[in-house]
Design a protein around this ligand. Sequence first.
Ligand SMILES: Cc1cc2nc3c(=O)[nH]c(=O)nc-3n(C[C@H](O)[C@H](O)[C@H](O)COP(=O)(O)OP(=O)(O)OC[C@H]3O[C@@H](n4cnc5c(N)ncnc54)[C@H](O)[C@@H]3O)c2cc1C
Length: 292
Amino acid sequence: MLERSLEAGLKHAGVSNLFIEELANAIMRVNYGQSSDAHQFVGSVSLAGAETGLWSLHGGNKKIPHALLNASGASFHNEEVEAIHLNSDGRFSLRFKENDEMPLYDAVILATPVTNDTSMFGFENFPRQFHLPGRFHQTVCTMVQGDVNHETFQFADSSSVIDDIFTTNRTLFFNSLARNYPVDIDDGAEGAPSVWKVFSNEPLSKRELDILFSTINETFVIKWKAYPEYDGTTSTGNFTLHPGLYHINAIEFAASAMEMGIIGARNVALLAASHLGVDVQDRKTQSFHIEL
Ligand SMILES: Cc1cc2nc3c(=O)[nH]c(=O)nc-3n(C[C@H](O)[C@H](O)[C@H](O)COP(=O)(O)OP(=O)(O)OC[C@H]3O[C@@H](n4cnc5c(N)ncnc54)[C@H](O)[C@@H]3O)c2cc1C
């Protein structure tokens, strides 16, 4: 599935061109800012994410890692890491940007994308250079509080505008336009604030915003290095960079999604446990196993 495109995979399964062009392609543009040329694995994750009934958390999804951190009992140090240094005894020291201490660790797990265009760490004193392939796709998220320009989309009036507008034209200036509802208000509820999320590959100009919206009260723009560019040129990354040094986000080259991150994290936790000599099958370490 990593070696053929979503389009080829769906055709092989007997899916019609119309479905591929108008649904699979449109969903890829919403979820990954890319097209059905992306490989079939990420394409399948993308299609699965188009199901209804996705959850959201009051207060934001960031509450999940906060809760996991509390439950783990781990110590949290908020430092920017500049470099990872391999010592002669096989352990690692970390060099921080704003702290001269260089603590020693038996194992290090990178839990962030590491490519030339995302975070780049220094790797010092390793026996070989790391080849961390790939680049990340830019997705710009523009949140708008205002009214969609119903004339642009040929709706009769503003009350007829639908909540999700997908696109299939690969050269269009935006990928999708969707209404966002607060977590505690049902989708489609009357009286909900009129807030819209536009995904595009480049920042929207004023002229482009005016094409999409007839009234704009407030905008908020975030530029993300969002997910890998699934252009077929990059092989999947490696979880193990060196014995004791692991990279969870290698899994993003198969598909970038929170669930994939959890699978990557579990793999890396098992690799690190093995490196540290922790037997996760051992009854005495059952609680460790369950936490994994
Ligand atoms: C616009 C957009 C929409 C998305 N939609 C979905 C969706 O609907 N469903 C879904 O499942 N996924 C979605 N994703 C993907 C999802 O957000 C990622 O898969 C997920 O955030 C990856 O989590 P992570 O913890 O691995 O990395 P990140 O969330 O990128 O976290 C990495 C952390 O490492 C920190 N860091 C980086 N470098 C250093 C350093 N040198 N020192 C110290 N700390 C460092 C960063 O500050 C950051 O806090 C979306 C992504 C984007 C951008």
